[in-house]
Design a protein around this ligand. Sequence first.
Ligand code: C2E
Ligand code: MG
Ligand code: MG
Ligand code: MG
Length: 281
Amino acid sequence: KKEGRNTYRLYRSEMDLAVQNHLTLETELRTMLDTGDGLFMVYQPLVSRETGLTVSAEALVRWQHPTRGVIPPGEFIPLAERSGLILSLGERVLDNVISDILRWQQQGLEIVPIAINLSAAQFWQSGFVQHVERKLADASICPELITFELTESLLLNKQAQGIEILTHLSELGCRIALDDFGTGYSSLSYLQHIPAHSLKIDRSFIEALDDPNQSSRPIIAAIASMAQELGLTVIAEGVESEEQWAMLGNYAIDTIQGFYTGYPVEADTFSMGLTSQLSQA
Ligand code: C2E
Ligand code: MG
Ligand code: MG
Ligand code: MG
């Protein structure tokens, strides 16, 4: 009985600690977002299966924490979403990508389109498209250089309004990618109504390629061929091995993103890669 009480105590204090850590992290996130210092982007190449060339890159946010090192987005995006900080975080991300693009352009680099992830709150923020339009115009960045990645779940229950926003974004010239595709609840037939340019098959299907007993192969085949019929570029996410790369040659997949073709790297490293690609061409 006595031991039980001690265990309970321990559990309580561990829980308090977790809550405390969480609150601290939220406060630190808030403080960091005031200046934006500590937030930076890494860029992961998207590679053409046919040519092996980098055709685009995804911008992924990182937080250089003063004591904890680099914190991945999986740990602070959900926190930002819950605490209402996601709009200012999204703003910082957009600013960072814009300044990286401007720097690359000043270096005379011919850059590829950059994909930015959107959270639901950003997408549904009123005046979002006009806001993007103004920001890009102020920086003299061509909207064709920006892709917005969003998940199917974001459009759930509000498809008509969502399609309207996507149509405006796409009229502005930005591209739209459906991220983590296949994990949501929507039917495939809804795809024909979404003004998207590309579709990213979720990493879980690629991972399951290694296991012949899993049904991911017919699913990949179906998603890819249907997306292709609809005129969408098909991207496979999370390709980690040569075997997976080779296997994906059996399907209508245009583009590969994953550790096999390139890790996410800092802006300067990414631009060096682009430069050497150009000089080899
Ligand atoms: P996502 O948009 O699906 O991004 C792909 C994630 O998969 C990235 O994780 C990337 O590093 C990882 N990845 C890429 N290739 C491989 C691979 O071959 N194997 C494995 N195991 N992983 C791979 P990351 O950077 O930790 O980002 C996680 C998620 O956080 C993203 O998933 C996205 O949903 C969100 N996120 C990242 N940056 C932003 C941002 O700026 N804004 C918003 N709203 N969300 C972001
Ligand atoms: Mg993404
Ligand atoms: Mg994804
Ligand atoms: Mg994801």
